[in-house]
Design a protein around this ligand. Structure first.
Ligand SMILES: NC(=O)C1=CN([C@@H]2O[C@H](COP(=O)(O)OP(=O)(O)OC[C@H]3O[C@@H](n4cnc5c(N)ncnc54)[C@H](OP(=O)(O)O)[C@@H]3O)[C@@H](O)[C@H]2O)C=CC1
Ligand SMILES: CC(C)CCC[C@@H](C)[C@H]1CC[C@H]2C3=CC=C4C[C@@H](O)CC[C@]4(C)[C@H]3CC[C@]12C
Length: 469
């Protein structure tokens, strides 16, 4: 969208907004909750998740470190084992801890992410126009950021090694590190909520009288502090980079303890390649549901800072204490299938972007694309139009790209073997998240495009799995 186009949609001042603008944003952002019991979805669920998620992440690490990876042993110990101290049990529930060395690493890393995001060069691009007519502007420097950061990390590792130190310090203090990052993320989410309530950056904010809902779901869609986009920092520049670096650190630790281990290497390589793909496509991510629908709150920000660090890295973490020798045949097969999954996932996202960028004038799988021109109305009453692709992957099912995403999650977990369920927790979580997300996205698109979306659904019947779901 050109700047001129963007201006055409922009409201000049808040008073130009229709009086019901909050309701309509509300409608879009809580689409998944229509018809549900409001008390349950607005209060009970956010409250439960806010308190159980930190406990969950903490317990996973505890199971891996102290219960030989066995969930059964964890419950037996919590319930019946006299040797488990009260302090250990309470630590599972009371998650707020502050370990200064970890805090210094976390805050320095965050400062680094903000600084590099501000100074690295890149072309300006815009995110989709919001219901209130705001057009977010970003700088496309994610890919440079990722590679510069990996380079600096390699350099830092070298310097540390020369001084008989190692970044695997983070692994050695993982429980304290995760607790500290969680405490830090809680504080950050609280400030982001207050900022949204009292000093919102744009008109795209929704506040309620229920502080628990506001804390969990967030208030603002595009919060910025000194022009630094908070969601870009938490989700991409901190969240995704920390995922890559932690996987590398856990792999290094496995090598330190057990020598070269192919299972750790394959898991780490697939994660790093997947995240390279992520940063290559970062500007595409800035147009997805996480950014245009979900607001900056506990779900997104705490999620990207803590849930990603603790849960998404679990296969690499688990391999440090449970290394497996795969052998060359299995290693190559897993690597090859993983690369194929990353490619298909990327190709799906690319098809959608290409068809929109070329206004439907491109070929998909060698044939002219089959498209639906879908009109929708902005809050200012102006009409806009978008393209829905109904061929290629997007003709197989409405979220076909979730299949390679899941396949990949399985592939980088299976080097952990099949004796324990623990390293598959990310895969299980992702399966639930993506099926729910497909459902949410359908609701969002039906609300946005109406009949055009129904036409697309008639053409492409399946949500995710062709012939099944
Ligand atoms: N590892 C993880 O934790 C997760 C990874 N992912 C990955 O992130 C990536 C993005 O996924 P996700 O955020 O779910 O969003 P999608 O890429 O599925 O984007 C959904 C949006 O695309 C547009 N759209 C829908 N159907 C069509 C169509 N037929 N033609 C053109 N545009 C269409 C709609 O937006 P519009 O309003 O623009 O029309 C819709 O809201 C994927 O690769 C996914 O696998 C996703 C979730 C979790
Ligand atoms: C209960 C909550 C604490 C759960 C928090 C979930 C979030 C951390 C995740 C929800 C959606 C996730 C993502 C969506 C799309 C992505 C693109 C992909 O290519 C890389 C991963 C990711 C950014 C991913 C990151 C975690 C979520 C935001």
């Amino acid at each position: 969208m050109s700047k001129a186009d963007a201006d055409r949609y922009k409201y000049k001042k808040a008073s130009d907004l229709p009086s019901n603008h909050n309701d309509v944003i509300h409608q879009l952002s809580i689409h998944s909750r229509q018809g549900h019991n409001k008390f349950w979805s607005e209060s009970v669920l956010p409250f439960m998740l806010t308190f159980t998620c930190p406990f969950f992440v903490r317990s996973i690490v505890f199971i891996s470190d102290h219960c030989h990876g066995s969930i059964g042993e964890f419950f037996t110990r919590i319930l019946f084992d006299q040797s488990m101290t009260l302090k250990q049990i309470l630590e599972q529930f009371f998650y707020f801890q502050w370990h200064w060395p970890s805090a210094i690493i976390i805050i320095s890393f965050l400062m680094y992410a903000i600084m590099m995001t501000m100074i690295l060069p890149g072309k300006e691009y815009t995110g989709p126009i919001t219901d209130t007519g705001h057009v977010p502007i970003y700088r496309d420097n994610g890919f440079t950021y990722y590679f510069v950061s990996l380079g600096l990390f390699a350099l830092l590792t070298l310097v540390l090694k020369m001084n008989h130190l190692s970044p695997t310090y983070i692994y050695d203090h993982w429980e304290e590190f995760l607790s500290t990052v969680s405490t830090f993320a809680f504080i950050l989410c609280f400030f982001v909520m207050l900022k949204g309530k009292y000093m919102p950056s744009t008109n795209d904010h929704r506040s309620s009288s229920n502080w628990i809902t506001d804390f969990y779901r967030g208030v603002e869609l595009y919060p910025r502090i000194f022009d630094v986009d908070i969601k870009l920092i938490t989700n991409c520049r901190y969240g995704m980079l920390s995922w890559a670096l932690l996987s590398a650190i856990f792999c290094m630790k496995t090598f330190e303890l057990h020598g070269y281990t192919d299972s750790a290497l394959v898991t780490c390589l697939l994660t790093l390649i997947y995240l390279t793909k992520f940063f290559w496509w970062e500007s595409g991510y800035m147009k997805t549901m996480d950014i245009i629908v979900d607001r900056a709150g506990f779900y997104l920000c705490w999620g990207c800072l803590v849930w990603v660090s603790g849960l998404y890295t679990l296969p690499s973490y688990f391999l440090v204490t449970h290394p497996i020798e795969l052998g060359p045949v299995l290693t190559t097969t897993i690597l090859a299938l993983g690369l194929l999954s990353i490619y298909i996932n990327y190709d799906c996202d690319r098809q959608k972007i290409d068809v929109r960028a070329s206004n439907g004038q491109c070929k998909v799988w060698g044939k002219p694309s089959h498209i639906i021109r879908a009109k929708y109305v902005l809050l200012n009453g102006k009409q806009s139009e978008s393209i829905l692709l109904a061929s290629g992957y997007w003709g197989l099912s409405r979220h076909f790209h979730y299949i390679p995403e899941l396949a990949l999650a399985f592939l980088w977990s299976c080097p952990c073997g099949f004796k324990f369920i623990l390293p598959y927790i990310y895969f299980i979580f992702l399966s639930i998240l993506l099926m729910h997300r497909a459902h949410r996205d359908d609701q969002k698109c039906r609300l946005k495009y109406g009949k055009a979306w129904d036409r697309y659904c008639q053409l492409v019947r399946w949500k995710v799995w062709p012939g099944i779901y």
